[in-house]
Design a protein around this ligand. Structure first.
Ligand SMILES: Cc1cc2nc3c(=O)[nH]c(=O)nc-3n(C[C@H](O)[C@H](O)[C@H](O)COP(=O)(O)O)c2cc1C
Length: 552
């Protein structure tokens, strides 16, 4: 919609001057214009038009001037459907007449009646003022109409470009390995894209930071989304909006205060001491599993009052269950996901049962007691405990792996970690910014919203690719570079989510990572990648399958 018609009707030529001026003013914008006098315009021209500026004076006693009248009569007689037309209107008149600027109102009313949509306020020139009508019209165009046309143009451009599936080929292996060239190209076109009838993608940092936490952005999937096994967590913070979310979060929030976290990470330290005691410098070790998954899983098991169990299958169970969350899951994924969820739920149910005979003082014991008192249901206890038992490791362990890669590449960062405790938070924050574990947040607006000029109807799916948001060049200089000296305020990112649904375990995760890195930095000066790490990736989630490193 870059062509704007400028159609005028006049008696003595002033409206023509105004039309000329508007057409000339448009030519210095990105729009092209097409100037005509109304008698040249047929009814079919009007019904095929998309965007037109109408200019008309008023004559007689509030009547139409000579060249507007036949146009108006033809439209009134044929009454075409003008629902594809957007128009702006400018009138010339004289306030000393009783029906001041009546003609422009008459024409606009008919257009709207036939389905057209008026944009912006009607512009007017009053001959009594002595002002130059061309000048008045030009100011009206610049101040009132062009801003609207520009916004619509952007929206349209986004819609056109983004309906091409090339923008975000979610299932493409290269995209999953490194989506940033795609994100960067799409961001050049705009911060928000529509990828199909109901799906929108927000890449812009400012837009994401605002809308991820908007109360009208629900986490609950609308009916059009196919039922999936993930509904097994329907009673947890993963699937609830406030106020139920608040209630669900309260079940455990007391257990993750900064003071208690200090106590819990004692388990991380003990686990790491055990691992490092048996480690000979230069030996190959799995930086993700041995130094990430084991200590963090062990910590969470202790918080819950559960045994460590079989760490490896427990870790991969959640990963496999989450495969169903991918944008286009492979056909066999559903079965795999159900199987993994069964394993997770059965294992946890057994542990909860064992607690009946052997109670302890973990979070699981507290929730069981609350369910005995009738404060929560057994199902709520089970879902929450599955979630905690399985999700203690994936996020911190991935960041441990990613951090080791950074230390291998930049040995000075490992030294800084050891020597400058004040920089540790920023180092971890920068590792997290560049290495989100969960890759997409999805939300579902409960009312029509607009983000960066793009209208998003209620019930749509809005995807926030965390990696893209975390590397918006508007916020981060050299966004793909590791730079822990970014001021902490200017390096906030979406890796742990934001607002109500931000990661409930983020404080404990950060504390665990800090213990692990500090212990490594105090004992070793060099991390070497022994073999190219293997990652497993969907468009939703990433983990290291193998991450052989040496420490020396
Ligand atoms: C005979 C005559 C009748 C007019 N009637 C009206 C009127 O009813 N309402 C109004 O707002 N202006 C009225 N005007 C003012 C004109 O609309 C105004 O002068 C305008 O600038 C003329 O534009 P045009 O040269 O494009 O026709 C009238 C002007 C004349 C000469």
């Amino acid at each position: 919609m870059t062509q704007v018609n400028v159609w005028y009707g006049t008696e003595s030529g002033n409206a023509e001057m105004v039309g000329d001026e508007i057409a000339a003013a448009l030519s210095s914008t990105r729009f092209t214009s097409n100037l005509s006098e109304l008698p040249e315009i047929s009814v079919s021209d009007v019904s095929n038009a998309e965007l037109t500026i109408f200019v008309t004076s008023t004559y007689g006693e509030g009547g139409l001037p000579a060249t507007t009248e036949p146009f108006y009569d033809a439209l009134s007689a044929e009454r075409p459907d003008l629902s594809g037309l957007k128009f702006a209107a400018f009138g010339l008149g004289d306030r000393t007449y009783e029906n001041y600027n009546n003609a422009v109102a008459t024409v606009s009313t008919l257009l709207v009646d036939l389905g057209a949509e008026q944009i912006g306020p009607t512009g007017t020139h009053d001959a009594v003022t002595g002002l130059d009508p061309a000048q008045v019209a030009q100011e009206w165009l610049t101040n009132e109409i062009l801003p609207i046309l520009d916004a619509e143009g952007e929206t349209e451009q986004v819609e056109k470009s983004s309906h091409s599936s090339d923008l975000f080929p979610w299932s493409n292996e290269d995209f999953q390995k490194n989506p940033h060239p795609w994100y960067d190209a799409a961001r050049e076109l705009g911060p928000v894209h529509q990828t199909d009838d109901r799906t929108f993608v927000v890449l812009g940092y400012d837009e994401a930071m605002k809308f991820v936490k908007e109360p009208s952005m629900s986490i609950r999937e609308p009916d059009w989304i196919q039922e999936n096994p993930w509904k097994a967590f329907g009673n947890t913070v993963l699937s609830l909006d406030p106020p139920n979310h608040t209630k669900a979060r309260r079940l455990f929030s007391r257990w993750f205060t900064p003071k208690l976290i200090k106590q819990w990470v004692g388990a991380t330290k003990t686990s790491m001491e055990g691992i490092l005691a048996g480690y000979k410098p230069g030996q190959v070790i799995d930086g993700h599993f041995d130094l990430g998954v084991v200590p963090t899983h062990t910590t969470m098991a202790q918080v819950l009052g559960f045994p460590d169990g079989e760490v490896e299958p427990l870790f991969w169970a959640l990963w496999n269950a989450m495969l169903i969350q991918a944008t286009d899951p492979a056909p066999e994924t559903r079965e795999q996901s159900i199987e993994s969820l069964d394993y997770m739920f059965n294992t946890t149910a057994k542990l909860l049962k064992e607690k009946e005979e052997n109670p302890g003082n973990g979070l699981a014991d507290e929730l069981l007691a609350a369910s005995k008192r009738g404060e929560i249901t057994e199902r709520e206890v089970l879902e929450n405990m599955v979630l905690f038992y399985m999700s203690g490791a994936p996020n911190p362990a991935y960041l441990v792996g990613a951090g080791l890669e950074i230390f291998a590449e930049h040995p000075e960062v490992l030294r800084e970690y050891r020597d400058n405790p004040g920089a540790r938070e920023q180092i971890v924050n920068e590792i997290a910014r560049l290495n989100p574990v969960e890759l997409l947040l999805t939300r579902f607006p409960t009312q029509d919203i607009e983000i960066a000029g793009v209208s998003i109807p209620a019930g749509s799916m809005v995807k926030f690719p965390i990696g893209a948001v975390n590397r918006d060049p508007k916020i981060f200089d050299n966004p793909h570079e590791f730079d822990f000296t970014r001021p902490i305020d200017a390096s906030r990112n979406l890796t742990f989510g934001l607002g109500t649904h931000s990661c409930a375990g983020q404080l404990i995760a950060r504390a665990e990572i800090d213990i692990i890195f500090t212990m490594i930095a105090e004992r070793f000066t060099e991390v070497t990648i022994a073999q190219e790490p293997i990652r497993v990736i969907t468009d939703r989630l990433v983990a290291y399958d193998k991450m052989p490193v040496t420490l020396s």
